[in-house]
Design a protein around this ligand. Sequence first.
Ligand code: PLP
Length: 422
Amino acid sequence: MSLRVPIEPLEYRSGALFFDGFSLESLAENHGTPLYVYSAGAVRSRLAAYRAGIGQRRHQICYAMKANGNLGLLGVLARENCGVDIVSGGELFRALRAGISPERIVFSGVGKSATEMVEGLENEIHLFVVESGAELHLLSQVASARGQVARVSVRVNPDVDAGTHPYIATGLRENKFGIDHEEVLATYRLIQELPGLEARGIGFHIGSQLTDLDGFREAARRIRDLIEALRVDPGVVLSHVDVGGGLGIRYASEEPPSPEDYARLLCEELPYPEMTLVFEPGRNLVGNAGILISRILFRKQNGAKVFFIADAAMNDLIRPSLYGAYHEIWPAIRERMVHPISGADLVGPVCESGDFLARDRELPDLQAGDLVALASAGAYGFVMSSNYNARLRPAEVLIDGGEARLVRARESYDDLVRLETL
Ligand SMILES: Cc1ncc(COP(=O)(O)O)c(C=O)c1O
């Protein structure tokens, strides 16, 4: 196998796989499979690493909840005084339900509707991160019609190549995100002219799963130049600088920088102690803190090719099908790794050839009935799941304080048709 030791908090104890102190067997027995399991402790220790790198700087960590919006997990972050970065009215609803305070909510996204703007204003969220002139005009209309002032931050497209998968690169001119850095001064002039708007911040988000610091450094320098230029003309002094998210995690052999080094770098590159640094980590906070447990239904051989057919599928975890993403596969029984099978596929029951969880890989010698953990499934896992093939979305469990608690029940057949009529 490519790695002999799984990513913590996965570990083998006497040959059996455990996640944050619970055996896969016991989790599957109590909650069934497929099953997402998250570790609150692992999330907290990531958070502590960010805070160690940030030190005494004025800051707000706004977790990008698109990575995983489970209420139980959001509750853990709310209790840690985290804010959130939201991208829809639905995420605002979830955040408030989880007890996140509105003054710690920033609203990003290229396509906010007037209704979503009203919802943000009604709840007095902290900042609207604006991505176009057209959006500024609409926000101005919506806010002034309500007699309110919307605090805005401009997302700059710094035209920086983050060197990641094209679907998750966002900081290039060819991407739909942000305002071209050459248009930024004109954008702040527009904010000054329009009623119902107040310029508070500036920021960037250049992509996701970034495994070195170069792109962040380059983007931060661009922003620094813009902060300086804005102070001169049109004379805008900002209180917030938003550095987005994007720090990667280990899925296979990547070695991303630590959150401490990442946060320290951004603090150094943006030396404005009077400004609040807004961090929006998503994947990096929760990705390695979650697994997907699946049971092998069948082992099938077509010629020399071995297929392990699992009870989890692309509708449960779409990352491998969507991005060719890699997740480590760890068997519940360690011995299954002694004689691995080469060129094997781990696939689901969905009727698509693109339905795979691992393709052409060296996989453990799994048997029908075995459990496996798909590692690093805490981010962009459950949130991207669907009911395709009328499959029920999995249950979610949160391990916290030595307890494994169900934080989302497995869907039922009734859930499938609840909103439909004959
Ligand atoms: C504006 C913004 N902030 C933060 C994030 C989180 O990114 P990541 O999960 O890579 O940290 C995203 C992801 O798309 C985003 O668009």
